[in-house]
Ligand binder design. Structure first.
Ligand code: PEP
Ligand code: MN
Length: 356
């Protein structure tokens, strides 16, 4: 249920609604909008009576939320969520391009490719330090060393970094280095991990599970949101179907379907979506045309020798060409490709500001 407060409701009236809902056993999630404050009530609703709130001072109306994803859905939060990552805004007018290698392989490798993707116009650097590999004998990532190299790449370039966290006990450590925590496809339904990232105040990119329905992806986002972290973005990265021509089937439908259902920013990952570098430019352009708020693309300076996902990694020159093409596609759908904010635009305490 949501309680919509009148536009002139006082802080005391809002606090009274919150306290009443909590007394009745619900958890409360206030959303402070430009016009109205809306309080979403979730959790155990058995003792919550709508009429009690309708009668309270400052309340405009109460509305039942039909969809099961109460915080991720648009009913409780009609306006688009925009996530600010050190001045890079994800979910707004500009399309953010995140790029970098599948894995951080060495200090030299990540520093070099970080400069290359920045040069081409990426505004977030990706790189895995903890890698979920199909085989336990494949390269598993450099662990904390990899995170340190990523942090050094951020210092040199000013690019915020996104990296995967695989286990609950790693959340604190990864959150100390990363600007965005990535939850991988294999962990979409790792509820303990989702709760743990819900308790830190770092943006999270939640990837759709290999056989995850869109409804399940939204319910998984709900685990993060209901723990208090509202900075969640959803990532379409391809699903397993009967088709074997590509590694996965990139579900372009998911982009507008997620936008219709949810206010959370939508990221498209054409690298894992296709598994084939030759298909990445076309699917990246299609994703931007379909309304993606961000792309995450694997780029490697020497894909033939990459320790993971070389087949689906663009060489830096091809990535630079793609960026030029994306600018035109974005313009055709009345958007722009995001650029790195200048020092003046970033918050005083933002990391990018300190480094710019
Ligand atoms: C990755 O981003 O490198 C990755 C492992 O992605 P996914 O979880 O989508 O397979
Ligand atoms: Mn990968």
């Amino acid at each position: 249920m949501i309680v919509v407060m009148k536009s002139d409701a006082t802080a005391a009236e809002i606090a009274a609604v919150i306290s009443k809902a909590e007394q009745m056993g619900a958890s409360t999630h206030p959303i402070y909008g430009a016009d109205h404050t809306v309080i979403a009530l979730v959790g155990d609703m058995t003792r919550v009576e709508r009429s009690v709130f309708d009668a309270m001072a400052g309340v405009l109306k109460t509305v039942r939320i039909q969809e099961p994803y109460k915080l991720a859905g648009r009913t409780s939060h009609p306006h688009q969520t925009v996530i600010d990552v050190g001045g890079v805004k994800i979910g707004g007018q500009d399309v953010v391009v995140m790029a970098g290698p599948c894995s951080v392989e060495s200090r030299e490798q990540i520093l070099e490719v970080a400069h290359m993707v920045k040069e081409a116009g990426a505004t977030v650097l990706r790189g895995g330090a903890f890698k979920p590999r199909t085989s336990p004998y494949s390269f598993q990532g450099l662990g904390e060393k990899g995170l340190q190299y990523l942090a050094e790449a951020r210092e040199q370039t000013g690019l915020p970094i996104i990296t995967e966290v695989m286990r609950e006990e790693q959340v604190q450590m990864v959150a100390e280095y990363a600007d965005i925590l990535q939850i991988g496809a294999r962990n979409m339904q790792n509820y303990g991990l989702l709760q743990a990232v819900g308790k830190v105040q770092k943006p999270v990119m939640l990837k759709r599970g290999i056989s995850g329905e869109i409804k399940e992806l939204l319910m998984c986002a709900e685990y993060i949101l209901s723990n208090g972290n509202y900075n969640v973005m959803l990532c379409e990265r391809g699903i397993r179907t009967y088709e074997t021509a590509t590694r996965n089937t990139f579900d372009l439908n998911a982009i507008p379907v997620l936008h219709r259902a949810s206010h959370l920013p939508v990221v498209a990952d054409p690298s894992h979506g296709t598994g084939d570098w030759e298909l990445i430019p076309d699917m990246s352009k299609a994703a931007v045309a379909a309304g993606a708020d961000a792309l995450i693309v694997e780029v490697h300076q020497n894909p033939d020798n990459a320790l993971s996902d070389g087949d689906q990694s663009l060489k830096p020159e091809r990535f630079a060409q793609l960026m030029a093409d994306l600018r035109r596609v974005a313009a055709a759908v009345d958007r722009s490709i995001a650029t790195l904010p200048t020092e003046r635009e970033t918050s005083v305490n933002g990391r990018v500001a300190a480094l710019a």
